[in-house]
Design a binder for this molecule. Structure first.
Ligand SMILES: Nc1ncnc2c1ncn2[C@@H]1O[C@H](COP(=O)(O)OP(=O)(O)O)[C@@H](O)[C@H]1O
Ligand SMILES: [Mg+2]
Length: 467
């Protein structure tokens, strides 16, 4: 009996992908609520990154809709400068994303270790990231959380955008108003809550470029109020030695990304085509964008392949402190979704299996009927959720449940809360809403005066590496 119990069961690689298909290797990262480790596919031997999120924790942090949303958006996209999704699946405890492995480390790691970067390197990262942002916008996806922590280098040194946890679909006819992102990188129009759209990513790109060049951000403040004030009102200033580090063209490009009026911001043109302005900008003169896209340009910085480009504390923490280490476990049989809490049911039903070797990528962008009629455009600005959890650290992510719109009903406070308590079908209807996503949190309204309230009662403050 003993021998029989311990005999490893054969793995069915023809069946649905699950954690048994992978060897679990070292831990390399931790974000707002996901943990990341290297895994190897047992059959193909390919290395990947495994990002996993504990379901119970996800419910507690009111981030169920975000995780479903992240899974859906990742399924839609495939780009050389995005950390692409290869598999998604779940077990009773966790939701799993298997992603392209980035062995070069994230830009926060490199900023912390080596400090500011030279202009050529920054220009190269900005070009690669701008090209990925343009791609995302062409798919009507706004990332909303561009910052060094979410830009990962592969082993050759190419930059990739990751972390679609608060990304959403946008529609030019209906602006977003939820305060989501990491405050230090938030565009002014996010903070003023008058409505925003895709240009917010170009603002964040400007902050990112400035930070990479000078090792600090242009707008700072000790409190959230001071930071907000700086982002909204303070003139853009440069370090005294800026001119010795960056060309005039480089400073002009950063300045144009940090244009407070989104309609005049570099990268954005109402109706599309803003990437042409980036390509034509003197800072990028001479850059072969075709070669860039094909990854034929040799990156100016090659990450050291002999040492790990990850913070060793992730591995140590996992070894020493994790009480329930990750392990492949069989799913309980005969589970009744009807008996599950609505949140658990939502993950069960909507965090679907994805396998890049079998699936066709598909879009979940379905503009709701009537989008753009004047009545709806007007009501949209009020219908949008203002529920937001604001975290204490300016560089840590503020997560809001993806936004919802219910065009056929008047917006009442009860429409904007407690959606999770309805049936799975309702949740699906809202998840599929093209302009945004379900507000499942019911966190209560957010007022600008609350922004200094800390920490959010509904969201655990996340220990972050200092920026
Ligand atoms: N594909 C990957 N390859 C290597 N490291 C990764 C990968 N994805 C994430 N990481 C590491 O894990 C960290 C957290 O991942 P992220 O997707 O940003 O999670 P969160 O949504 O919790 O912020 C990243 O900042 C990065 O250091
Ligand atoms: Mg992150």
């Amino acid at each position: 009996m003993g021998a029989a119990c311990c005999k490893p069961e054969a793995i069915d690689f023809e069946g649905e992908v699950n954690l048994f298909h992978f060897y679990l290797l070292r831990s390399v990262g931790k974000g707002a609520f996901g943990k990341v480790r290297v895994v190897q596919h047992k059959h193909t031997k390919t290395l990947f990154a495994l990002k996993y999120i504990n379901k119970a924790k996800c419910v507690k942090m009111k981030a169920v809709a975000n995780i479903v949303q992240e899974r859906r958006l990742l399924e839609e996209i495939d780009h050389p400068f995005v950390v692409n999704l290869r598999y998604a699946f779940q077990d009773d405890e966790n939701c799993f994303f298997v992603l392209d492995l980035m062995l070069g480390g994230d830009l926060r790691f490199h900023l912390d270790r080596a400090g500011a970067m030279n202009e050529e390197t920054v220009r190269f990262y900005m070009a690669e990231i701008a090209s990925a942002v343009d791609y995302l916008h062409s798919k009507r996806i706004v990332h909303r959380d561009l910052k060094p922590d979410n830009i990962l280098l592969d082993e050759r040194g190419h930059a990739h955008i990751t972390d679609f946890n608060i990304a959403v679909h946008f529609s030019e006819r209906r602006l977003l108003t939820g305060v989501a992102g990491s405050m230090a990188y938030m565009a002014p129009e996010v903070l003023t809550k008058r409505g925003y759209s895709a240009p917010v990513d170009f603002w964040s790109l400007g902050i990112l470029g400035y930070e990479l060049l000078f090792g600090k951000r242009p707008f700072r403040g000790r409190t959230n109020t001071a930071l907000t004030n700086s982002i909204l009102n303070e003139p853009l200033s440069w370090p005294e030695d800026a001119a010795s580090k960056v060309s005039t063209e480089g400073m002009r490009a950063i300045q144009s990304f940090l244009e407070r009026d989104p309609n005049r911001r570099l990268g954005y043109r109402p109706g599309g085509g803003g990437m042409a302005d980036i390509k034509a900008h003197p800072w990028f003169r001479g850059l072969d964008w075709g070669a860039l896209h094909r990854k034929e340009i040799v990156p100016p910085f090659e990450p050291d392949s002999k040492r790990a480009n990850f913070d060793a504390t992730h591995e140590l923490e996992e070894l020493l402190l994790e009480e329930n280490p990750l392990k492949a476990r069989k799913r309980k049989e005969g589970q009744d979704v009807e008996a599950m809490t609505p949140e658990m049911r939502m993950m069960e039903e909507h965090f679907k299996v994805f396998d890049y070797t079998r699936a066709q990528r598909r879009s979940y962008y379905h503009p709701a009927p009537g989008t753009g009629t004047s009545a709806q455009t007007t009501s949209a600005t009020t219908a949008i959720s203002s529920n937001t959890a604001v975290s204490t650290s300016p560089t840590s992510k503020t997560i809001e449940a993806p936004e919802t719109r219910m065009p056929s009903r008047p917006t009442t406070p009860s429409d904007r809360t407690g959606v999770i308590s309805r049936t799975g079908m309702d949740v699906e209807a809202q998840i599929l809403d093209g302009g945004g996503m379900a507000n499942l949190g019911g966190r209560g309204g957010w007022k600008s005066s609350d922004i200094e309230m800390s920490p959010s009662p509904l969201r655990q403050p996340t220990p972050l590496r200092p920026a």
